[in-house]
Ligand binder design. Structure first.
Ligand code: AHG
Ligand code: MN
Ligand code: MN
Length: 342
């Protein structure tokens, strides 16, 4: 699987501007919004690369709305994104995993027609041990784009299929920004020597079926029966050689989904006896990833429903998620369905 799949030399800004030109109604405002966001990603790429040398590691004394201990880099990333995005005049409201409620645009700045929801630092448990982490983002148009007032909660709780763009920045062996605005999934690799994100992989297409499953097996004792049956089935050798699958689990959704996009297979975070809705948050983790997976030709459901069709009811709601190669997601749905049969 080649990691570089393009010949043209093009920055993310030029790519977005060219894509924007394909949308006659585009005012360039969207391109400017994304340009501001890539500035935050450049700064975070720098700070993550030097974590341990600068003063961004370790934990804070606080915990977030999820009761999770907040790492210093969580708050730093949240602050950098806020400061890069609050004054451009493109947004009417923001929301983040690290913010209890809505993030208001300061009074002195113009309100725009877009909404940004984001997970500033995904994979916090991996920060202090130099394992790949990321940032996840999702952009909507506000429900009533004619308004110039503050955005409201409903603007942040739209169906995932209404996303106008989504993506993630992955701080791994290289820093890659993976992005879709509904026209396929493209990968931009950060070149720190010139400070640009350059297109390195165009239009990812996820294989119809893979050979890797990605799940926290530490929860197996409290999984629903259908998931236990599914994983046992994956691990039984089959005559056609398609099984057994291999397990790969980083514990950073961005890294596990990125691998799944390229290699195929399935990423799953099921509900269980302890957390019936699973762990991952619909609005700023699951929906952006589901948009990317579908744009790459894959499938993303909660085990029954298409994730992008689920109407969010609260900012931090969790939802079970199964996403990746279409045939693999259909398999797990079948096992969940069969387990319900009397
Ligand atoms: P975050 O660091 O933003 O809270 O997200 C962590 C998430 C996600 O990145 C990953 O897939 C999952 O937590 C791992 O959870 P477990 O440690 O329970 O497997
Ligand atoms: Mn996360
Ligand atoms: Mn996070």
């Amino acid at each position: 699987m080649p990691i570089v799949k393009t010949s043209k030399l093009i920055t993310i800004e030029r790519h977005i501007a060219e894509e924007g030109a394909m949308h006659p109604e585009a005012t360039g405002e969207f391109s400017h919004l994304l340009r501001d966001f890539t500035l935050a990603m450049r700064i975070l790429a720098r700070d993550v690369r030097r974590a341990g040398l600068n003063d961004v590691l370790g934990t804070t004394d606080g915990s977030n709305v999820h009761g999770e201990q907040v790492k210093r880099l969580d708050l730093h990333a949240n602050d950098i994104i806020f400061r890069a995005m609050d004054h451009g005049g493109h947004l009417c409201v923001m929301a983040s995993e690290e913010s209890n409620g809505l993030i208001r645009i300061p009074n002195e700045y113009r309100r725009g027609k877009y909404v940004l929801v984001f997970d500033p630092l995904d994979g916090s448990s991996n920060i202090d041990v130099n394992v790949t982490i990321g940032t996840i983002f999702s952009i909507y148009k506000r429900v009533d784009p004619t308004l110039v007032t503050d955005g409201e909660l409903e603007d942040c709780l739209q169906h995932g299929y209404k996303q106008v763009a989504a993506g993630y920045c992955m701080y791994g062996s290289s820093t890659q920004l993976v992005y879709t605005s509904g026209n396929g999934v493209d990968v931009f690799t950060f070149d720190p020597t010139i400070g640009e994100f350059l297109l390195t992989y165009e239009k990812i297409r996820i294989p119809q079926r893979g050979k890797i499953y990605s799940v926290n097996s530490g929860n197996a004792h409290i999984w629903p029966q259908g998931i236990r049956d599914y994983v046992s089935w994956l691990l039984r050798p089959s005559d056609d050689g398609l099984r057994p699958y291999s397990l790969r689990y980083v514990g950073t959704m961005v890294a596990d989904v990125h691998r799944t996009l390229h290699y195929g297979g399935i990423f799953l975070y099921p509900g269980d006896a302890r957390m019936p809705d699973g762990k991952l948050r619909l609005v700023y983790e699951v929906n952006p990833m589901a948009f990317l997976v579908e744009q790459a030709g894959g499938r993303a459901t909660d085990g029954v429903n298409r994730l992008l069709d689920v109407k969010p009811t609260s900012l931090h709601q969790r939802i079970p998620c199964f996403m990746g190669s279409t045939d693999d997601v259909l398999d797990v749905e079948r096992f969940l369905q069969d387990a319900l049969q009397p």
